[in-house]
Ligand binder design. Sequence first.
Ligand code: NAP
Ligand code: ZN
Ligand code: ZN
Length: 354
Amino acid sequence: MLFFGALLRTVNAYAAPSATEDLVPTTIERRDVGPKDVEIEIAYAGICHSDIHTVRGDWGPQHYPLTVGHEIVGVVTEVGAEVSKHKVGDRVGVGCMVNSCRECENCKAGEEQYCLKGNTGTYGAKDRDGSITQGGYSTHVVVDEDFVLRVPESISYESAAPLLCAGITTYSPLAHWNAGPGKKVAVVGMGGLGHMAVKIAHAMGAEVTVLSQTLSKKEDGLKFGADHYYATNDEQTFKDLRNTFDLIINTVSAPIDLNSYFKLLTLDGTFVSVGAPGEPLPVTVFTLFSNRRSFAGSTIGGIRETQEMLDFCAEHGIEPETELIEANQINDAYERVLKSDVRYRFVIDAKTFA
Ligand code: NAP
Ligand code: ZN
Ligand code: ZN
């Protein structure tokens, strides 16, 4: 690593120059380690579909060049004078946010992801010094210790990264809506988030059904803990499963016909979208009237809950299914994610950013 000026460190990274260009190797600047900061040498960074939505402008204009990546694991290489939670050599993770106001009622309740002033995203957000945050497709990152997680030793280093977004984003609604014994849970879309939802819901004791576009991943789904597996390109699926589920977790990255999925909910059932296509989707309230159904959204999870999820996964032996790539394969990996050709999360070896 090179030191640049008095307060910045220049590190290797990959960045998108614009919404329409491939990611390219570059350097970015990290702030110097402040009293409450931890410097992490990144080992692995996962590729989330949100990285793709963001760099391609699906969610609105961005500041370019932009380095994305919010599924980060690595080793602590330096700590500030006041750091108490982490020490040099610790195996740690960073997820989708790196700060929040810490004062609003949601932050005080440990739900920093719902900070009323807006949490500071790991990339593409305005940081406290006014700069734009840059994500984990790089060799090092400097983060306030309160937003750094402990990665349990029993979770393999290479596959831990996706837990920091795909893991917590599915764990949080499953826990909030009480997935567990006696509950029928459906997971729509079995990609990065979806396959984690299947594993976690199964470990929580729920009866799990996968609703995938085709049956091509059925064998995998059953291996991950699903009890049933249906294809959504078969109209019969929507007839057979009417009024069935207590909870549906929608992880689909593209627009779907929500109303046909609402009909699959039983009395007081809830359909939760974590999938985040950019465009608005029509909702027919009459479909929600039947069975007093609810339509909800959920985003990532608080820091306390993220640690709880990591510990839960360690305890239950849950690990993401990953495909390890080098930095120069990121653009090809994006194309495969867009074609639903991911088994089930790409993880970048951060050594290859160097
Ligand atoms: P992913 O790995 O690409 O998985 C998405 C899955 O959706 C695909 O594997 C596919 O599953 C299904 N799908 C894709 N296109 C579809 C279409 N046109 N019609 C029906 N199904 C389709 O993506 P991911 O990383 O899991 O992320 C999924 C979504 O969640 C993205 O929109 C992402 O931005 C969002 N997200 C939200 C949060 C949050 O905090 N709320 C956090 C992370 C990600 P099958 O092949 O099984 O059909
Ligand atoms: Zn993500
Ligand atoms: Zn707040």
